[in-house]
Write a protein that binds this ligand. Structure first.
Ligand SMILES: Cc1cc2nc3c(=O)[nH]c(=O)nc-3n(C[C@H](O)[C@H](O)[C@H](O)COP(=O)(O)O)c2cc1C
Length: 176
């Protein structure tokens, strides 16, 4: 049996929920990014890193990036959890921002939809979202993409797009 570790970093719970679903379906152990050392990760054959997307960056992903020389022979699966509706295009943008060229060839990458919870959001995140929505609203309506329209429509609300079925390709990647 291959040993699988799922490591996550989550601010508002979406990535944690996905990490736990993945671990359950894959029979894996699950760890918080801040609570596991790379020496421990070296014991696993497959590592799934699951983190929330903030301004295009995957939360806590430096753990993997900084230690890639020790982990590059493992099966590495990266799961970014964001609010974006974009698929192919967004995946390429997130990969470009987060993965090194070496990683791009070796890592399997997935983008899942999380949510936005203005009730739980801390002051800084709420302020950033306010400024973002304000700047988006200044643009002409016909120039807004789907993400921008959704951002305005959901501003201040609690929305949750997490979906257990969405992990199926990740479970497939772990098992194949
Ligand atoms: C300040 C801020 C910045 C964000 N930036 C992005 C982003 O660049 N791309 C995206 O798809 N989602 C973005 N989001 C949405 C989060 O990725 C989404 O809420 C996700 O579910 C967070 O996962 P977590 O709860 O596990 O931290 C942002 C949210 C906040 C509050």
């Amino acid at each position: 049996m291959k040993k699988v570790a799922v490591v996550f970093k989550s601010k508002y719970g979406s990535s944690e929920k996905y990490a736990k679903w993945i671990a359950e379906d894959a029979g894996a152990e699950v760890f918080k990014a801040g609570e596991i050392k790379v020496d421990k990760l070296e014991e696993y054959d497959t590592i799934v890193y699951c983190g929330g997307l903030y301004a295009g960056g995957i939360l806590g992903f430096s753990l993997i990036k900084k230690n890639y020389d020790k982990l590059h022979d493992k099966k590495l699966i990266v799961v970014a959890v964001g609010a974006t509706l974009k698929t192919g295009e967004a995946i390429e943008e997130v990969k470009a921002q987060n993965l090194t060229d070496e990683m791009k060839d070796r890592v399997q990458f997935f983008l899942l939809r999380g949510g936005l919870n203005y009730k739980k959001m801390n002051f800084i995140d709420r302020l950033l979202m306010f400024l973002l929505v304000k700047s988006v609203k200044l643009r002409k309506t016909e120039k807004l993409d789907e993400d921008s329209k959704a951002l305005i429509a959901t501003y201040g609300k609690v929305i949750d797009f997490t979906n257990r079925d969405a992990i199926a390709p990740i479970i497939h990647a772990i098992n194949s």
